[in-house]
Design a binder for this molecule. Structure first.
Ligand SMILES: Nc1ncnc2c1ncn2[C@@H]1O[C@H](COP(=O)(O)OP(=O)(O)O)[C@@H](O)[C@H]1O
Ligand SMILES: [Mg+2]
Length: 232
């Protein structure tokens, strides 16, 4: 098995064709499997661009991305989608739940897409995750009738349903109050411990970043700071 969940070599990104904006300037960084990493930096420093590239949602202009030891450089869109679906779960600031569907149905949606139907094992695992994220009482409530914190926990369980090795989270608590923020982060850490999932979390919250094993700060598309707080 690969040592690194993600390995980036010389990743550059330029937006635009006539007016070019270089947003990432040669990023070299690797993330160990099972580690919990925070990415910080001012607005516009390139955090989301970097994360979208790591998740194969966007392509770098140059450089090499390896996911669990697999080079993605020569893969076509379909191959990338397969690799992404098998290895990466995403959590965004806005949860993108289907509002009319229940928490349980939302959580099962990626499994349904993956398997073409919902298996017994999917349902059992969804219920385990619901218990784990503390949604058992509200699992049959439509998403639009849950609190913001409950909706985000639903989105987290949904990100986990296909057992990804890697979770990429772009300001997952950006829309939550401080109490919900603390709970959601504790939950992400618990998932990291229990399921050994590798985490890359973009955050503005200092407190959150300080709980990570490693903090990377981006500035103007370059790594400005790389601090390992706990070796793993
Ligand atoms: N699709 C795009 N086209 C052109 N410029 C973009 C695009 N996406 C982001 N940018 C620019 O790239 C820079 C980095 O953006 P982003 O990665 O979203 O930063 P962050 O997430 O750190 O706030 C910003 O200057 C932003 O305006
Ligand atoms: Mg961003």
């Amino acid at each position: 098995m690969a040592e690194y969940a993600l390995k980036l070599t010389g990743i550059e990104k330029t937006y635009g064709t006539t007016i070019k904006t270089k947003v990432l300037h040669g990023i070299d960084v690797s993330f160990k499997r099972h580690s919990f990493n925070a990415i910080i930096g001012q607005s516009g420093s390139g955090k989301s661009t970097l994360m979208n590239i790591m998740g194969t949602l966007d392509l770098p202009t140059s450089g090499v991305l390896e996911i669990l030891g697999t080079k993605t450089t020569d893969m076509n869109k379909k191959q990338l989608a397969v690799l992404r679906n098998e290895t990466i779960g995403f959590i965004f600031q806005h949860h993108y739940l289907l509002p009319e569907f229940t928490a349980l149905e939302n959580i099962l949606m990626p499994a349904k897409i993956k398997h073409g139907r919902i298996t017994q094992a999917d349902r059992a695992y969804a219920l385990e995750l619901i218990e784990f994220v503390g949604l058992t009482q509200v699992k049959d409530n439509p998403a639009n009738q849950m609190s913001g914190g409950q909706q985000q926990r639903t989105a987290i369980a949904r990100a986990l349903i296909n057992k990804p090795e890697i979770i990429l989270a772009d300001e997952p608590t950006g829309a939550l109050d401080s109490e919900s923020t603390d709970k959601v982060y504790q939950l992400l850490r618990d998932i990291n411990t229990t399921y050994q999932t590798t985490f890359l979390v973009i955050t503005h919250d200092r407190k959150v970043a300080e709980k990570a094993d490693r903090i990377i700060e981006l500035k103007d598309g370059r790594i400005e700071l790389d601090v390992v707080t706990k070796s793993s």
